[in-house]
Ligand binder design. Structure first.
Ligand SMILES: *Cc1c(COP(=O)(O)O)cnc(C)c1O
Length: 447
């Protein structure tokens, strides 16, 4: 499809021109109303949380690194004072506190996909066990000869730019399932190698994400023993991501951090197809209502969800329709067409959209390593400048003062990195160091 007259809309104009922007939506309805009108089953997140709890002893037994949390797959929440001071040095001082959510080091698969991806595989494992009359709430079911024999004749299929394939492939293989991972052209070679080592079948595609997903979907059609994980349209992935919010509340409580109308929480979430940030946002709005503000961040060449929501066309439009390439160094975010349900169902919960240059993300990798000793992949740094964009907006009188208060907590969600091989990480760090001058918090603020 084509769009007429994008120049008449300042957001579409900036997207088309690849100009970094922050689109802040001041006119959202209340979170409670949007959630009630979303049509999403109100028990979805409770069910997912309970499922993770049922499998916790299985994880603790199979992955010793998860034992200290009793087999719950969770990441640290940390302050980032040195990174904050460094970015303050660019000009604007952040009045509030900068926190990082360390999903880059989630156990077992090293990215935010361990939330959604694992949840969907576990749900399928329970389905297979239940159909055979095995007790689904006893974790030892999944180590039993009966289940393992059954698993061999069931297949999990997924299309991915890398990290979802890694999560689905690693866990499916560990549970004894056959697993096919359709990788888009963006996927890094090491992710494919690692999956093959674990026993997954990797199918490489020359084309982009939607092509890999379509190929996976077609291969799974009409086979009752095969489960297709549809990253473009999955409630199960969404539910797994959403559980993060409850765990975050407990972590904030433990750190003595209050979230209410006088103490706002601004959360920046790297966005690909929208399922991950969408699920987390849904969970956060359930927990904190209108006191939390969620911003989705996409590369300037791949602002799929921003475009879908701004035009109201959702998955009926892709970034190539406005002349963008869809290519980015942030391989985890290389998704040109948005999720089929995130924008439509919960678009009204998303407070802001931001786009960011590849060089800023790549420089961000080096900045985080230098200041905090944290090594992440480029996609994970997408949200790093958002707190300062918000602070600038408050200073200019364009955004509400409560977002720029000393009581505001800015949380930047780091989404992937701990599985990146040493040599590849060294390369990211060298590139990032060379781009240090490109790191900027400048972006047009549109409301
Ligand atoms: C997948 C991914 C995201 C975004 O998740 P979507 O569900 O695709 O929006 C962000 N960061 C990293 C590193 C990812 O792998």
């Amino acid at each position: 499809m084509t769009l007429e007259n994008t120049a008449a809309d300042p957001v579409l104009d900036a997207l088309t021109q690849r100009r970094p922007l922050t689109w802040w939506r001041a006119d959202l309805g209340s979170a409670a109303e949007v959630i009630a009108g979303s049509g999403i089953d109100e028990h979805l997140v409770d069910d997912a949380e309970a499922r993770f709890a049922r499998f916790a002893p299985w994880f603790a037994s199979h992955y010793p690194e998860t034992a200290d949390r009793g087999g719950i797959i969770e990441s640290e929440l940390v302050r980032a004072d040195r990174a904050q001071a460094e970015i303050d040095g660019l000009g604007v001082t952040l009045a509030g506190t900068l926190l990082l959510k360390r999903d880059d080091s989630l156990p077992v698969s090293g990215s935010v996909k361990a939330r959604g991806g694992f949840h969907e595989v576990l749900e399928f494992a329970e389905e297979v066990a239940a159909r055979a009359g095995l007790p689904i709430d006893d974790w030892q079911t999944y180590d039993s000869p009966e289940f393992l024999e059954l698993a061999k004749s069931h297949r999990v299929v997924v299309g991915s730019t890398g990290n979802l394939g890694l999560s689905i492939g690693i866990l499916s293989a560990a549970l004894g399932f056959a697993v096919d991972v359709h990788m888009s052209v963006d996927a890094r070679a090491w992710k494919k190698d690692l999956l093959r080592e674990r026993g997954a079948t990797v199918i490489e595609h020359e084309g982009p994400f939607d092509e890999a997903v379509a190929a996976g979907r077609a291969s799974a059609e009409s086979d009752p023993s095969t489960h297709f994980v549809d990253d473009e349209d999955s409630r199960s992935l969404f539910a797994g991501y959403a559980v993060a919010a409850r765990r975050l509340r407990a972590q904030l409580d433990a750190a003595g951090i209050v979230v209410d109308t006088e103490h706002r929480l601004v959360v920046s979430l790297p966005c690909g197809v929208g399922g991950g940030p969408g699920g987390v946002t849904y969970g956060l709005k359930q927990e904190f209502g209108d006191a939390v503000h969620c911003v989705f961040v996409e590369p300037v060449e791949v602002p799929a969800v921003t475009l879908g929501v701004r035009t109201g066309k959702h998955s009926d439009i892709c970034v190539q329709d406005i002349g963008l390439s869809g290519r980015t160094a942030a391989d985890g975010l290389a998704v040109a067409r948005p999720s089929r349900f995130v924008g439509e169902r919960i678009g009204g919960l998303i407070d802001g959209f931001a786009t960011v240059d590849d060089d800023v993300m790549r420089a961000g990798v080096s900045l985080l390593s230098r200041t905090e000793g944290i090594a992440v992949e480029p996609s994970a740094t997408a949200g790093l400048t958002v707190p300062w964009r918000v602070a600038l907006g408050v200073q200019a009188g364009q955004l509400p003062a409560e977002l720029g208060s000393s009581t505001t907590t800015h949380l930047v969600w780091l989404t992937g990195g701990s599985m990146v091989p040493e040599e590849e990480m060294a390369q990211y760090l060298r590139e990032g160091a060379g781009l240090a001058d490109a790191f900027t918090t400048d972006a047009a603020l549109l409301t």
